[in-house]
Ligand binder design. Structure first.
Ligand code: ZN
Length: 227
C-alpha cells in the first residue's frame, strides 16, 4: 500500500511515452528527456521571442524552454502538468531550464520570481497553479526568492486557447491582473513565469501593472512556446 501511494505521487511510468521508468528516472524517461524539443532561443543573438512583445511592453528578456507543436511531446508534457495532476513535472522542467539559464549567465540580475496567478475559482477546481510549480523549480535552482503574493488575478478570463486571434486574447486578459504588494516589486527586476507562451497577451497583461507599481525591469520565462 505504501508502494501504491508512492507510485501515485511519483508514477513509475514516463508521463510522455508511458514506458516503465527505471530506478533513477523520475516522471520522464531518459529517452523522452533526450528528445525534448529544446528551443535554445536564449542562445540566439537575436532572440525571436522578443518580437512577440515589440511595441507592446518593455521587456528585458524572454525565455521559453520547449517548442510546442500540436500532437508533439511538449503537448503531452503540458497536459500531464495541467490536467492530469502532475504539477511536479512542471517543477522538474522549471529546474532543468533554470539550470541551463544559470549556466549561460542569464538570471544574474533577477531579484524576484513571480508566477502568473490563476483565478481563485480555477485554482480551486484544479487544486493547484501549474505556473507556481514551474516558478518553484526556477527558485530552487537559482536560489532567487519567489512569491505568489505579488500578483493577483482580479477578474476571471475565459480560456486563452479558445480565443482565435491576438486582439481577442488581449481583450480577454487586459486589466485582469493587479499588484497586491507594490513594496515587494519597487526597484526590482521581476521574472514572470507561465506555462506556455502563445501571443504573449497574458504575460503582457502581467507586466503592465508590475511596471506601473515601480518594478524597474520585467523578464518572462515559460516552459513552452507555441511556434
Ligand atoms: Zn518516455
Amino acid at each position: 500500500m505504501i508502494k501504491d501511494f508512492f507510485n501515485l505521487i511519483f508514477p513509475r511510468c514516463c508521463l510522455a511515452c508511458g514506458q516503465a521508468l527505471i530506478r533513477q528516472e523520475r516522471l520522464l524517461c531518459t529517452y523522452c528527456h533526450a528528445r525534448l524539443p529544446i528551443t535554445n532561443y536564449h542562445l540566439a543573438a537575436d532572440n525571436p521571442l522578443m518580437l512577440r512583445f515589440y511595441g507592446k511592453v518593455k521587456v528585458n528578456e524572454v525565455f521559453s524552454y520547449l517548442k510546442f507543436i500540436k500532437g508533439g511531446i511538449t503537448q503531452k508534457v503540458l497536459h500531464s502538468i495541467k490536467y492530469d495532476n502532475y504539477p511536479e513535472l512542471g517543477q522538474l522542467l522549471g529546474r532543468w531550464f533554470a539550470c541551463e539559464l544559470i549556466r549561460m549567465g542569464k538570471l544574474n540580475d533577477v531579484d524576484l520570481i513571480v508566477p502568473v496567478p490563476l483565478h481563485k475559482s480555477r485554482r480551486r477546481k484544479r487544486g493547484y497553479n501549474q505556473s507556481e510549480y514551474v516558478a518553484k523549480g526556477f527558485a530552487t535552482a537559482c536560489k532567487i526568492p519567489c512569491s505568489n503574493r505579488v500578483l493577483a488575478r482580479i477578474a476571471k478570463s475565459t480560456s486563452q486557447a479558445k480565443k482565435k486571434d491576438r486582439l481577442e486574447r488581449w481583450q480577454n486578459v487586459h486589466n485582469i491582473f493587479a499588484v497586491k504588494q507594490p513594496e515587494l516589486v519597487s526597484g526590482k527586476h521581476i521574472l514572470v513565469i507561465d506555462d506556455v507562451l502563445t501571443t504573449g497577451a497574458t504575460l503582457e497583461a502581467c507586466a503592465h501593472p508590475l511596471l506601473e507599481a515601480g518594478c524597474t525591469t520585467v523578464s518572462f520565462a515559460t516552459l513552452a512556446v507555441a511556434i
